[in-house]
Design a protein around this ligand. Structure first.
Ligand code: SAH
Ligand code: SF4
Ligand code: F3S
Length: 470
């Protein structure tokens, strides 16, 4: 019998092409890469241009209303392209993946009939079979929480693909969330907390390192809730995993995100003090500085708990820099509650922070609370918070001027005489071309700052030297 897929490839000059668009968090970036890998095994090549593609996959985010709505306007634009393609006799298959897919399932096809496939984050390993069904004319919705381990079933990334992605890599070690903060959709879109087994993570990390990756960022919705059994059958936590990963030849830097304050255990705090590969930069969201609001958010910690925790982390690693997430305008938030958030930010002094206006999400308890804060009040509070954070972020960057910092060289710069790397604190650093090779960790003296990056001595940044604050 003829394999119709082979026929399809054979009658065209090129292999089938997939265009993947990614929204949302780093886990979606990682998932998109793995979907690309799975499709490569099916003969697809990835393309940067949608006009070129036979299959477009949109990997979506449901965290805030605007993120979810963006998908429908995008599908509206693709609809025109799909109609053109049908006229040309070169069909375009449209798939929606990610957290909107999980949350809305078949509703997506009802609202946007051009969608052929809706696939949730737990079933990406079944993507080839789902596409097979689509090719037979079916509309497919696969949003089960699969019983099998998707990571076990997704194919390993080819060394060439790892190299093409550069010297830093994401690695999902934990997925899902059991915390149920009252504003958040993630427990509904990503399901219950699941940890990838120790041996499986180590195996992928070794493969990444063998293909040139120098820095690993471990991902999880609650990455510090990761736990697994070790070879001896005992239970181990994230600190144990980090120590094992630090021992892999080639791995110079480790990071993890996102952590929840309640899961920062003693061993993990200690690892910040004694594991040189673990970068002194921690993203530890707190959301609000008001205990009343923290309680309504079901965060299960107070502002004082958070500050005490930071004191302990800073005792272990005095030069640690912090980043956070904040929501302004959670239902019932008063001016005094917001001021408590400003006070907490002033007390902590963040190197970076992400701030959001509260967005009511369908199905979450927060959406049903009374006293929603008017948009204009949220906008005004967000502006005040952002101004404070900008000040702290710029102050932090300026404090590094004159310091010798280890920088991981990541890629060529905008001009031939430049390279771009990352500081321990994730800031891009413009380097002189002679500073080292891509993948090296080089120590450079910081000469100045640009809006969102640092400039090393001798780098001659492309922005006017007058903007340097050396
Ligand atoms: N798992 C992480 C991050 C979850 S989503 C954690 O526990 O912190 C990333 C950020 O989006 C959150 O930290 C929160 O600040 C923001 N966020 C989540 N739901 C939101 C909502 N409904 N409205 C506004 N911001 C939201
Ligand atoms: Fe969402 Fe809270 Fe879970 Fe983070 S801890 S993913 S904010 S429910
Ligand atoms: Fe968005 Fe899902 Fe990540 S809702 S933030 S893509 S876990």
């Amino acid at each position: 019998m003829t394999d119709t897929r082979e026929d399809t490839i054979g009658t065209r000059s090129n292999a089938r092409k997939v265009h993947i668009r990614t929204y949302g968090c780093q886990m979606n970036v990682y998932d998109s890469q793995r979907m690309g890998d799975a499709l490569a095994g099916e003969g697809y090549r990835t393309t940067e241009t949608i006009e070129d593609a036979d299959l477009v996959l949109i990997n979506t985010c449901h965290i805030r209303e605007r993120a979810a709505e963006k998908i429908y306007s995008e599908l509206g634009r693709i609809r025109v392209l799909k109609a053109e393609r049908a006229r040309e006799g070169r069909p375009l298959t449209v798939g929606v993946a990610g957290c909107v897919a999980q949350a809305e399932g078949a509703e997506i096809i009802e609202r946007a009939s051009i969608v052929d496939l809706v696939i949730g984050p737990q079933t990406y390993h079944r993507l080839p079979q789902a596409l097979e069904r689509v090719s037979r004319g079916e509309k497919v919705v696969d949003t089960d929480y699969a019983l099998e381990d998707k990571f076990e079933h997704l194919p390993a990334t080819e060394p060439a693909a790892i190299r093409a992605r550069g010297v830093t890599a994401f690695l999902t070690v934990q997925e899902g969330c059991d915390k149920f903060c009252t504003f958040c959709v993630v427990p509904y879109t990503r399901g219950a907390e699941v940890s990838r087994p120790f041996a499986q993570v180590l195996d992928e990390a070794r493969r990444l390192a063998a293909s040139g990756v120098r820095e690993l960022t471990l991902l999880g919705q609650n990455v510090n809730a990761w736990s697994s059994s070790d070879a001896a059958g005992g239970t181990v936590g994230l600190a144990h995993l980090l120590r094992a990963l630090a021992g892999i030849p080639g791995i110079a830097r480790l990071r993890y995100t996102t952590s929840h304050p309640r899961d920062m255990d003693d061993d993990l705090i200690a690892a910040h003090g004694d594991l040189p590969a673990l970068m002194p930069y921690l993203h530890l969201p707190v959301q609000s500085g008001s205990d009343r609001i923290l309680k309504a958010m079901n965060r299960r910690h107070t502002a004082a708990d958070y500050r005490t925790l930071l004191d302990r982390i800073r005792a272990a690693r005095p030069d640690i820099a912090l980043s956070g997430d904040f929501i302004v305008g959670f239902p019932g938030e008063t001016e005094a509650d917001f001021e408590a958030t400003m006070d907490l930010v002033r007390a902590v002094n963040y190197a970076c922070a992400f701030t959001f206006k509260y967005s009511p999400r369908p199905g979450t308890p927060g959406a049903n609370l009374p006293d929603h804060v008017p948009e204009s009040v949220m906008a005004e509070r967000l502006a005040r918070l952002n101004a404070l954070i900008r000040e702290q972020q710029d102050g932090f960057a300026r404090s590094l001027v004159g310091a010798a910092l280890p920088v991981l060289v990541e890629k060529p710069g905008r001009y031939a005489h430049q390279l771009v790397g990352r500081s321990p604190y994730l800031q891009p650093v413009v380097l002189p071309a002679g500073a080292g090779a891509i993948g090296d960790v080089v120590t450079v003296t910081i000469a100045g700052t640009l809006t969102n990056s640092l400039v090393a001595e001798g780098a001659h940044p492309d922005e006017a030297p007058a903007r340097l604050t050396a």
